[in-house]
Design a protein around this ligand. Structure first.
Ligand code: MRU
Length: 353
C-alpha cells in the first residue's frame, strides 16, 4: 500500500480533482471539478466510482454548488445547495453512501438556517467545505480499521477471491475489501488475490488488478465464469467483496455477479466476507428487496473498447448491481467490528453501541 500513491479524489488550493477511472490502467488522468454538472457526470459515467468514493465526491459537489452560487442571501444559498444536492443524489441510485454524505451535510447546514441572519455567505461555504473534508478524512480512518478487523479473519489464508473493485480508488484510501489485504501485505504477510474481471465494465481487470500490482500484491486475473473452477482448485481461503447498500437484515447489494460468487463460495465451504463502512448500511430497509438497483445502458454489454460485437438492436438487460441474501454471508467487516449472524440483531447491536 505504501507504494500506491494514486488517490481517487483530491482537494488542494481550492481545487477539487478526481482521478478519471475510466482511463485506467492505460492513463492516469485527473479532472478538475469546476461545476456541479462536472461532478454529476463524473459520478454517472463512473469516472469516480465505488460507494465511499462517490459519497466523498458528492460532499465536495455541495461545496462546488455553494462556491458557484450567485444567490443574494445566505438563506437562498442554503436552499440552493439543498435543491441541487438532491439532483446530485440522483446521479447513481444504488450506493447509499452518496445520499448519506449529501444528507449529512444538508442536515448540518439546516441547523445554520436558524442563525442565518448572523452568518456570512463565506462562512457557509467554508462550513460545507469543512464537512466535505471531514467525510473524506473519516473515510480513510474507517477503511484502515476495516483492514485491521478484516486481517483477523484471514489468519492462515493464502489466497482470496474478490469481485469488482473495492480497493483504495473506490474509497478515500486503503479500500474496504482490499484493506485487509494491504494491511497484511504491509506487515509482511503475502496473500494472493484472484480478481474476477467483472463484466461488463471490467472494474476487476482494469482497476483491482492494476492497483494490487502497483502496491506489489500478487494478483491473478480471471474471467467471471472461472470463479467456480478457481474455488474448486486454487485453495481459496476466503472470498471478500465490498458493498453498495446493506439492509437491516444483512442483505447486501454489490456489483452485478456478487450474488453468484456468494452461492459458489457456499457450495465450496469458503467463507464469504463483505467489507463495508457504517455509511453503507441503510437501516430504513427491512431487507434487500427494497434496494434500488441501477440499470445502465445496453451499450455497456454490447460494446467493448469501442467495438460492437453483439447484433445491432439486440435486447439487453444490464443491472449494475445485484442483491446477495444474508444467508450466504459469513460476516460483515465494519470499522466498528465484525458482524456475524444473526445479522438483524447484531447489526442493530453494533449501531446502538
Ligand atoms: O459501479 P461501481 O464500480 O461503482 O461498483 C462498485 C462496487 O460494486 C463496489 O464493490 C462497492 O461500491 C464497494 S467500493 C468500496
Amino acid at each position: 500500500m505504501e507504494k500506491l500513491i494514486v488517490t481517487p479524489i483530491n482537494f488542494l488550493d481550492g481545487v477539487v480533482t478526481i482521478l478519471d477511472q475510466t482511463k485506467l490502467p492505460i492513463e492516469i488522468v485527473y479532472l478538475e471539478m469546476k461545476t456541479v454538472e462536472d461532478v454529476y457526470v463524473a459520478i454517472k459515467e463512473l469516472k469516480v466510482r465505488g460507494a465511499p468514493a462517490i459519497g466523498i465526491a458528492g460532499a465536495y459537489g455541495l461545496f462546488i454548488i455553494a462556491r458557484n452560487s450567485i444567490t443574494k442571501t445566505p438563506k437562498e444559498l442554503i436552499y440552493e445547495v439543498k435543491e441541487i444536492g438532491e439532483y446530485l443524489i440522483s446521479s447513481r441510485p444504488t450506493a447509499v453512501n452518496l445520499e448519506w454524505a449529501i444528507r449529512r451535510i444538508i442536515s448540518r447546514i439546516d441547523i445554520l438556517i436558524e442563525k442565518v441572519d448572523e452568518i456570512k455567505r463565506e462562512s457557509i461555504i467554508n462550513f460545507i467545505l469543512n464537512e466535505a473534508q471531514m467525510i473524506h478524512k473519516e473515510d480513510e480512518v474507517t477503511c484502515y480499521r476495516i483492514g485491521e478487523y478484516g486481517a483477523t479473519l484471514l489468519e492462515g489464508v493464502d489466497s482470496v477471491l474478490t469481485h469488482c473493485n473495492a480497493g483504495s480508488i473506490a474509497t478515500s484510501k486503503y479500500g474496504t475489501a482490499l484493506s485487509p489485504i494491504y494491511y497484511l501485505h504491509d506487515r509482511g504477510k503475502k496473500i494472493h488475490v484472484y480478481a474476477d474481471e467483472t463484466r461488463p465494465l471490467l472494474q476487476g481487470a482494469r482497476l483491482t488488478a492494476w492497483e494490487l500490482m502497483e502496491a506489489g500484491v500478487e494478483v491473478t486475473l480471471i474471467t467471471d465464469s472461472m470463479a467456480g473452477f478457481v474455488m474448486a482448485n486454487k485453495g481459496i481461503g476466503a472470498v471478500i467483496v465490498g458493498a453498495d447498500r446493506i439492509a437491516s437484515n444483512g442483505d447486501v447489494a454489490n456489483k452485478i455477479g456478487t450474488y453468484g460468487v456468494a452461492i459458489l463460495a457456499k457450495e465450496h465451504g469458503i467463507p464469504f466476507y463483505v467489507a463495508a463502512p457504517f455509511s453503507t448500511f441503510d437501516l430504513t430497509l427491512e431487507d434487500g428487496n427494497g434496494i434500488p438497483i441501477e440499470e445502465r445502458s445496453g451499450d455497456e454489454v454490447t460494446v467493448i473498447g469501442g467495438r460492437r460485437f453483439a447484433p445491432l438492436g439486440v435486447d439487453v438487460f444490464n443491472p449494475a448491481f445485484d442483491m446477495t441474501p444474508c444467508k450466504y454471508i459469513t460476516a460483515i467487516i465494519t470499522e466498528k467490528g465484525i458482524i456475524r449472524p444473526p445479522f438483524r440483531k447484531n447489526i442493530r447491536k453494533l449501531f446502538e453501541f
